[in-house]
Design a protein around this ligand. Sequence first.
Ligand code: ATR
Length: 276
Amino acid sequence: MKDGIPLAGVIGWPINHSRSPVLHGYWLERYGITGYYVPVAVAPENLREALGSLSLLGFRGVNVTIPHKEAVLELAKTVSETAKAIGAANTITFLEGGGFHADNTDAYGFRENIRQTHPDWRADRGPALVIGAGGASRAVIQTLIDEGTPEIRLANRTRQRAEALSEHFGGPVKPVDWSKLEDATDSAVTVVNTTALGMAGQEPLEVNLMRADPEAIVSDIVYVPLETPFLKKASSQGFRTVDGLGMLLHQGVPGFQAWFGKMPVVDADLRARVLG
Ligand code: ATR
């Protein structure tokens, strides 16, 4: 551990929209830890030097957001298996002898969010349908693979991207046609929207879930609004739902623990603070 008051933060370009300072700031205050978590704007061309400087200044680590999530993998001394599999990192920790370790906690955040809300969730009970094949989809797929999902149906507007992810992950990931979304819900025990559809200002995601397993968990990574039209419909059809805010909150847990030495809790108070 480095000496001095613990420092951590989040780097991105732009960085002003990040909710991570509120999240970590809440935990620092709640646990009475004297430490700081700050947003740092880092332009892509300055990434290497900025990381070196943060390490010299005594930062214990940083969260990494757009557009640096892939680039940090190239600069890292060590990379976790999860970050390798996802192809991106969101949490880095500076090492004693120089350099840094890169990890990805989005898959952890997705899993812990569902577990906290529905502890009896068993992804290995049946197929999953993942909608969308962007960056967030990779973390969701990684979790579903880790949880032993027998078949992961992947639907994306641009089919090519779903095929590329299926090739990357192999095994149970099967691309399905965007026009066959409804067929792909058949017997699904996990259904996840990873697209921006349903976000405030965007069109809603319309999927009829009637053929899904009656005990299915339906989840959305969008959290503005908290209850997307997709989740609202799922709820009204009797399915159990999980909103996207929890994934954001839970993904911050491992970083906070590594940098500030305390395993923080995600609860209703924290949700209210981050929403506020
Ligand atoms: P993220 O990292 O948040 O996943 P991304 O990599 O830009 O962001 O991916 C966005 C996802 O939302 C993609 O799956 C995208 O589909 P395409 O690959 O076809 O672009 C999906 N998406 C965005 N707008 C959409 C829309 N209007 N209809 C259907 N899918 C949409």
